[in-house]
Design a protein around this ligand. Structure first.
Ligand code: C2E
Ligand code: CA
Ligand code: CA
Length: 654
């Protein structure tokens, strides 16, 4: 574009120079004729301007017109700047000569001096311009001296010659004025075009700066401007702004399972669906990744729930992309802004917090921002900061809770449980800080440390003669990240622990997720010999196909079924059925949270082989567990000391 316009400009300059040369040629020839026909009366024949009967001024004019000008034209084809320089030199010399010859200070051609000076100022550089001015000044001084000394008389101008000279002068001035005018017009036109182009480019740049390139939706920058504009002309007594923070739930899976192209198309689809749900006065923007922000200015009171439900329904409808069916759900956070002073970033953060809450509560739902939510969020943020320090200062420990063979009361394994024992600012329990860890990337670092530490400790027990297994809790986030399997292999290698002594405990709702990475890492772990347990069994999903599909080794019955089982017939029925099913499937059942002897006896009667709970031991530091292992004695059960008749009744009932 730029090269083209430079080329065009050069062409124009060239053409104009050619025209100027042609005009000059004609004018010089006209001057020659003028001098020849009307300025022939020479007062002194011996003067230098008349040699061998030939008028030298006329000869020079003829040579200039017929030889020098064509030569300058040829030169202009290869070097326009040089040709322009020569042209001005020629013009100055000819004019000076003609002025000299035709009466010096009183000649007509002397009037061409300022015109040529102006012309050169417009078309050459300052050096040439000043040289020409100096030259003309010198000529004028010379002519004045000549005038005083009477050294050279020059031709005697006739009236006709003066007339022709004046005509030539008028033509030259007119031509130069015309060129200057044409140049300035072209310049103005160019400036106007450049200005229009600059405006157009500014518009394009502005559009790019305000738009998300993938979806064509407004981006965060534009959203901020729009929000502030909405806020400015909001009538706070009657109106308010509703912000919906929409975050896709399983978008990462889509990108992992399919490829990024499908992910991109899906985001475009989502953008279209969201845009369809709002009117022209509202705005949808993409904040980045799979996060969208919708805001609407509404009259109070407004039914925010209805729009939230519409969004959830619209987004969850299957998307057909390049013949592939993809499904996503979304979590939404809503905040209502009535205050004209709240900043866009704070409003967005409020909606973000509410969205986060909706994720935590199980996704595919919406939540409103509230002061309580804010307090929880800030608390979690505080915990997270303390956790980061704790991690960098190695303030975590593992405690081990024995798993007991109910029949013999022998320890067959232990579950590693994370503890933050040292410098724990608010004495946070695992139940409080682990969900915070699990909601961030920290889970990967802490989770890896747990596995390494648990393997090392278990191998140490083996070396001390206690060949028991170790179970570790693993979150879905850890398993969903590629490289988890390799990390386990490395932990086993470094510790020297045999794979079949390691058990991984997972909560069941992660297994029903169709996540390829989770599934394939679990299969690889199984192949390696690591065993798999379903933690908190019974609290989650009822789809149990995965038990056989994933070749699960252990079911850990949730404490809620076990606690008070002897007094709760429904729980007892569930535990009995689960036990029977497990026997058929060849799966081991561990009853969690056994606290009472009656519970243990009932479990034993139902054929539940393993138990874990405060009845035997709380989670202990490794050293104390070794002592426990060394001192373990079968529990002497004194059924009589418990309410045996009630127990018998319960069993009879089943
Ligand atoms: P969980 O895997 O179900 O672990 C069992 C929890 O029940 C432990 O709580 C344990 O101390 C407690 N418990 C055991 N027996 C009894 C009993 O008889 N009565 C009562 N009332 N409680 C009993 P803890 O250590 O507070 O752990 C809470 C949860 O934190 C764990 O539940 C587990 O989901 C998670 N967790 C603990 N350590 C880790 C870890 O290293 N990684 C991950 N991802 N999660 C962990
Ligand atoms: Ca567990
Ligand atoms: Ca559990």
């Amino acid at each position: 574009m730029n090269n083209k316009s430079t080329e065009q400009k050069n062409n124009n300059r060239h053409k104009r120079f050619e025209t100027t040369l042609l005009a000059t040629q004609v004018l010089i020839l006209a001057s020659a004729f003028n001098a020849y026909f009307f300025g022939h009366r020479i007062t002194d024949e011996s003067q230098i301007f008349s040699m061998l009967g030939i008028r030298i001024d006329i000869l020079l004019l003829a040579i200039s017109a017929l030889v020098v000008v064509p030569l300058v034209r040829i030169l202009s084809k290869s070097n326009l700047d040089k040709a322009t320089l020569y042209y001005f030199c020629l013009l100055s010399l000819i004019t000076a000569m003609m002025a000299f010859v035709e009466g010096g200070l009183y000649s007509v051609p002397i009037m061409c001096f300022p015109i040529i000076a102006i012309f050169s100022a417009l078309h050459t550089n300052s050096k040439v311009f000043f040289s020409i001015c100096a030259f003309f000044c010198s000529v004028v001084v010379l002519m004045a001296i000549n005038h005083e000394s009477g050294w050279y008389q020059g031709t005697v101008s006739t009236g006709a010659m003066r007339m022709f000279d004046l005509l030539i002068l008028v033509l030259i001035s007119a031509y130069i004025a015309w060129i200057v005018n044409a140049d300035s017009k072209r310049l103005m036109a160019n400036l106007k075009q450049d200005h229009l182009q600059a405006l157009e480019s500014k518009k394009v740049i502005q559009h790019l700066a305000d738009t998300d390139p993938l979806t064509g939706l407004a981006n965060r920058t534009f959203a901020k401007k729009q929000f502030e504009a909405m806020q400015d002309d909001m009538d706070a007594s009657k109106e308010e702004i509703g912000l919906y923070f929409v975050d896709l739930d399983n978008f990462k899976n889509i990108n992992d399972i399919f490829d990024h192209q499908i992910g991109d198309e899906l985001l475009k689809n989502i953008a279209k669906r969201l845009s369809r749900l709002i009117d022209t006065k509202s705005l949808v923007c993409r904040l980045g990744g799979d996060e969208f922000l919708l805001f609407i200015k509404v009259r109070k009171p407004f039914n925010y729930e209805m729009l939230a439900k519409e969004i959830l329904i619209s987004l969850s409808e299957p998307h057909i992309i390049f013949g592939t069916q993809a499904e996503v759900t979304a979590s939404i956070g809503i905040t209502v802004i009535e205050d004209k002073l709240i900043s866009f970033d704070n409003a967005r953060k409020q909606a973000d917090m509410a969205m986060y809450k909706s994720k935590q509560a199980g996704k595919n739902d919406f939540y409103y921002y509230s002061k309580d939510l804010h307090r929880d969020y800030m608390r979690n943020l505080n915990i997270l900061n303390c956790l980061k320090d704790a991690l960098s200062q190695n303030l975590f420990d593992l405690h081990y809770q024995p798993k007991i063979e109910i029949e013999t009361n022998q320890v067959i394994g232990a579950e590693a449980l994370l503890r933050w024992t040292r410098d724990n600012p608010d004495n946070l329990s695992p139940g409080e800080f682990i969900p915070v860890v699990e909601s961030t990337e920290l889970i990967h670092t802490i989770g890896a440390w747990v596995i390494e530490e648990a393997c090392l400790t278990c191998q140490k027990w083996h070396l001390e003669g206690h060949e028991i297994s170790i179970a570790v809790n693993v979150s879905a986030l850890q398993l969903a990240r590629a490289g988890f399997y390799e990390m386990v292999v490395e932990a086993l290698k470094v510790s020297g622990l045999k794979a079949h002594y390691l058990e991984i405990e997972l909560t069941e709702h992660f297994l029903v997720q169709e996540n390829q990475i989770i599934q394939s890492q679990l299969k690889s772990l199984k192949k390696l010999g690591v065993t798999l347990a379903i933690d908190d069994f019974g609290t989650g999903y009822s789809n149990m196909g995965y038990l056989t599909h994933m070749n699960i080794d252990t079911l850990k019955l949730d404490r809620s079924f076990i606690s008070g089982i002897d007094k709760a017939p429904t729980a007892l029925a569930i535990v009995k059925v689960i036990n029977e099913m497990a026997v058929v499937l060849g799966i081991q059942v561990v009853a969690e949270g056994v606290e009472e002897e009656e519970e243990r006896l009932l479990l034993k009667e139902m054929g539940c082989s393993i138990g874990q709970g405060y009845l035997w031991s709380k989670p202990l530091p490794s050293k104390s567990l070794i002592e426990y292992l060394e001192n373990q004695k079968p529990i002497i059960v004194n059924i009589k000391s418990h309410d045996s008749s009630r127990l018998e009744k319960t069993l009879q009932h089943w």
